[in-house]
Design a protein around this ligand. Sequence first.
Ligand code: PLP
Length: 394
Amino acid sequence: MIYLDNASTTKVSDKVVEVMVPYYSEVYANCSSLHEFGQKAKEKLEDCRQRVARVFNAKSREIYFTSGGTESDNQAILSAAQIGIRQEKKHIITTKFEHHAVLNVLNKLKQQGFTITYLDVNSNGIIKIEDLEKAITPQTVLVSIMFANNEIGTIQPIKEIGRVCKEHKVLFHTDAVQAVGNEKIDVDELGIDMLSLSAHKFHGPKGVGVLYARSNVPLTQFIVGGSQENNRRAGTENLPGIVGMVAALEAAYKDLDTKNQRLKKMRDKLFDELSKIPHSAINGDREHRLCSNFSMCFEGIEGESLLLLLSDKGICASSGSACTSGSLAPSHVLLSIGRPHEVAHGSLRLTLSRYTTEDEINKVIEAVPQVVAYLRSISPVWDELEKGVRKHVI
Ligand SMILES: *Cc1c(COP(=O)(O)O)cnc(C)c1O
């Protein structure tokens, strides 16, 4: 099986499983227990917190363990909303192509009287910093813009966004779920106030993540119960998961540059070769994107059929994000960069990981043109395009 769906989730590395096991079977005490055994678990928890902080140049007390990216996004945005309510600032700025974990929280806030500005994304998949500057008002409490997009991999001008937010004294949250483990992140240098990450996107376990929140940002306790996580997030800490996440995080940054160079080379080969397919287009800027992300549209085909036929050949790909596949609506991300509906349906996303091999990439380069040609040969839409009844869009 050729697994190229790493933006959906990744394989947990053997090393990560290995370091987790003792925290299920040996050091299994509750971090809140006062006995020595519990204190040993607590010590490990705090060691993990410190190690996460070190990766992002943050302080230990600014690291909150959560159940993953979705929870971190919810917690960050809802906390900022509470600050907004107290300060009578009920305006939030985001983009049109955020993950649903951000968009759907904002939809809820809209029902509660918040005004949300959705910034346009350029056809290259990157926002314009002037648009952000223009959108900020005295009522703006939060800017939430993702670090790297989960469908097309484009990286936003985070440092400039951070600078603009600081100038206007507006909080800046970034959903960095796709970027962590792929890009170096220093929260001070980039001016980030809150950041969400999720372990299962970088070879860690599922169901564990982090919310970084700068020490001057008061988080609301929105999962209520015990006093864990400095009273901000109740529930017994998932120590094995956290230990695994930290191991995966440190492993990701240990050889980041060499890994990224390798991935970029394979990714670029995919772009070079698959761009030869007529009436195809790369989604998003080719350079300002994650080294692991390939995304293209092929005119006249259905993404779903493409995926199923690739699946028959043992290739795991995706047409957009896993969360929206299954619905027939075209991806909001591809629409946001200006792809027409009919083209947005014919998209292919391949996301690589450190386990991807050149041999696998070569097999994909062979398979995709065959499948696209076959689907076009049986497509009435393609027939019309070829006969000139319809006009080609790409
Ligand atoms: C995967 C993902 C999420 C959700 O993270 P979970 O840990 O699966 O809840 C949020 N944002 C982005 C950009 C993602 O890729």
